[in-house]
Write a protein that binds this ligand. Structure first.
Ligand code: F6R
Length: 619
């Protein structure tokens, strides 16, 4: 949610900043801006409403020289998306320019105080208040930028990642974070001179260096052209920067011949899941090795219950995880919306295990939920995709998805990565607790191993649906139905359609229809039913009959070879047979493709749907 890029070194900053903004655009895309200090120490700020290309167009007629700069792509929180509210923001004297991710909660009182001191404002943003507050500190304490930022942030309530330029000191870049991620890339050019790169995540940095420092909460960093990287915290205690190596490659950030990241990520799923299970499934010894569980087995064996906190798509995968962990490991599992959990004073025991599921590892509500659980003494486990992310670092232990960067705003491969990781986790705990019969355990291990191939089969057999999807562009509503493990898949299918095509869709447990929602069904209503030839097949067939007799249009997901549901359906997606608990990994694929092609037929921007951003770092 909003992206920050920064650079200081010998190169021209503008091309680095613009490329970085393009890489970060998935985090927010309603406006963008850049600030640069040129050789004459002029500080220029250029901003444009809309996508980064609009900013590029504007800058094509401007002086964009300078070897130090900061830039921002915005997802509006305070103030509508327009040029005035876009970042960077100037301070009153126009000596300072600042970009910001997050929310300053006490900005109104700070603004009132500043107004009393003669400051005037151009925008409605909390960010302009912050940059003015830093200048106010400089004016009143006659201190350097670093100290002024430190003093200013002590008065700030809220979350932030900031980067700030001062035209009176064009050789320094200052940044800070609390609750919003910020990464510093460290490199030396061919002449051995230091360069620093800043990013809200690693995507704008990886092209130049894989050596990074993850800034921690309440840390402030100063970088200069001599190679100085000093970090202190708000209490002015010096910190030692810890250099890490990024595990990411540039081609993971390109579309690789696909028209959209979303389609690429859908097709990447077989390989992404192979990587996810590599080293964790031992097919020879029929074993599951998850170091996060092995190192903490007592916590899991003796826990009273597991609570999984998540949002959106991650919440759907958590629900599948609950069904599996309860079935395999016989531990009660509760699945919570992190945004509700954090504010409703939940009962949390010290012998609870709280699992956070999050692709980005930065979702503000999920982070706050685990901080609450930590304060009550629970053991925290993180299931994240982004390495080094805030949730990964805030938890006691965890498992990374290793499905590679997910750039499309609609989550696809992270969802299946989460489902399979929760499956591994359930199996690993079941093994430690001895709750599964050996034969069943081995059979599940074997089946899990085959899932990537079965995903490939599913993709190959359902790929030509662009024409079929066009029929649904005029629909105003969809219903998605599933039972058991496939109820969360129905929720996920409906969410995918809503977020990228803007068609209203509801996911329901199939048998709940007759308790109300069936009243919605008429000949105009497409009803997507996940009906594999497993578990509750006969019951789902009856549910389909109920819809058919109200003239609803049936789109089904069926097991290869099924004829009964196929004959009842107006359109059918096929998936290979697998165990009930793994059906979601296959059944979700046609639903992802359906939403993609309906959205394309409606001319939507699938990678950057309206009002959404990839990483929700505000509550
Ligand atoms: C939907 C989607 C969102 C995220 C949600 C949580 O396609 O991507 O619903 O799942 O915002 O994000 P993470 O998993 O990063 O915590």
């Amino acid at each position: 949610m909003c992206g920050i890029v920064g650079y200081i070194g010998d190169q021209e900053a503008y091309p680095i900043l613009i490329k970085g903004l393009h890489r970060l655009e998935y985090r927010g895309y309603d406006s963008a801006g850049v600030a640069l200090i040129n050789n004459e120490s002029d500080l220029s700020v250029y901003k444009a409403k809309g996508k980064v290309v609009a900013l590029e167009q504007l800058c094509s007629e401007k002086d964009v020289s300078g070897t130090i700069g900061i830039a921002h792509t915005r997802w509006a929180t305070h103030g509508e998306p327009n040029e005035v509210n876009a970042h960077p923001h100037f301070s009153q004297s126009r000596h300072l320019a600042l970009v910001h991710n997050g929310i300053i909660e006490n900005y109104k009182s700070l603004r009132a105080e500043l107004e009393k001191n003669g400051f005037t404002f151009c925008s409605q943003t909390d960010t302009e208040v912050l940059v003015q507050w830093v200048e106010h500190m400089q004016n009143t304490h006659h201190c350097d930028l670093y100290t002024a930022v430190q003093l200013a942030l002590k008065n700030v309530v809220g979350a932030y990642a900031i980067a700030i330029l001062d035209k009176t000191n064009p050789d320094q870049l200052v940044c800070a974070r609390k609750g919003s991620p910020l990464i510093i890339g460290v490199s030396k050019n061919e002449s051995g001179r230091s360069e620093f790169y800043l990013g809200s995540d690693a995507t704008p940095i990886i092209e130049y260096t894989n050596k990074v420092v993850y800034l921690k909460d309440e840390e402030i960093a100063i970088m200069d052209r001599t190679g100085r990287l000093d970090i202190t915290n708000l209490a002015n205690v010096k910190q030692t920067p810890q250099l890490c190596t990024l595990q990411m490659s540039l081609d993971q950030l390109e579309k690789g011949g696909f028209p959209h990241f979303m389609l690429k990520e859908i097709w990447e799923q077989p390989n992404a899941l192979r990587t996810c299970i590599r080293g964790r499934l031992n097919i020879v010894d029929k074993d599951v090795i998850l170091s996060g569980i092995l190192d903490n087995k007592d916590k899991f064996i003796n826990c009273r219950r597991i609570i999984i906190c998540a949002c959106g798509t991650s919440w759907h995968s958590a629900l599948i995880g609950k069904y599996f962990i309860e079935e395999a490991a016989h531990i009660p599992v509760e699945v919570e919306y992190a945004s509700e959990f954090r504010y409703r004073n939940p009962v949390i025991y010290p012998d609870d295990v709280v699992i956070a599921v999050s692709q980005s590892g930065e979702t503000a509500d999920t982070l706050a939920a685990i901080q609450l659980a930590k304060s009550k003494g629970a053991f925290l486990y993180g299931i994240c995709n982004v390495i080094g992310s805030s949730i990964a670092r805030a938890t006691d232990s965890g498992t990374y998805l290793h499905v590679g960067p997910e750039i499309g705003v609609a989550s696809t491969k992270a969802f299946t990565g989460q489902v399979i990781t929760l499956g591994l986790l359930g199996l690993a705990i079941a093994k430690e607790k001895g709750t599964l019969d050996d034969k069943i355990f081995h059979m599940l291990v074997d089946e899990l191993q085959q899932i990537p191939d079965k995903m490939q089969w599913t993709l190959d057999h359902n790929k030509d649906i662009a024409h079929f999807a066009q029929m649904f562009t005029y629909c105003k509503n969809f219903i998605y139905l599933g039972r058991g493990y496939n109820y969360p898949v129905a929720l996920e299918g409906a969410l995918k359609l809503k977020e990228i095509s803007y068609i209203h869709a509801e996911g329901y447990p199939a048998a709940e229809m007759k308790h109300g929602p069936i009243a919605l069904v008429d000949e105009e209503m497409p009803v997507v039913v996940i009906a594999p030839k497993r578990g509750m097949y006969d019951k789902v067939v009856s549910n389909i009959q109920e819809i058919k007799s109200r003239k609803g249009k049936i789109i089904s997901v069926v097991t290869e070879g099924d004829t009964v549901v196929k004959e009842m359906s107006d359109y059918c997606f096929v998936i290979p047979d697998t165990r009930d608990c793994f059906v979601p990994l296959l059944a979700v694929i046609p639903l992802q493709l359906l939403s993609y092609y309906v959205a394309i037929a409606k001319g939507r921007n699938v990678d950057q749907p309206r009002n959404l951003a990839k990483s929700v770092t505000v509550e």
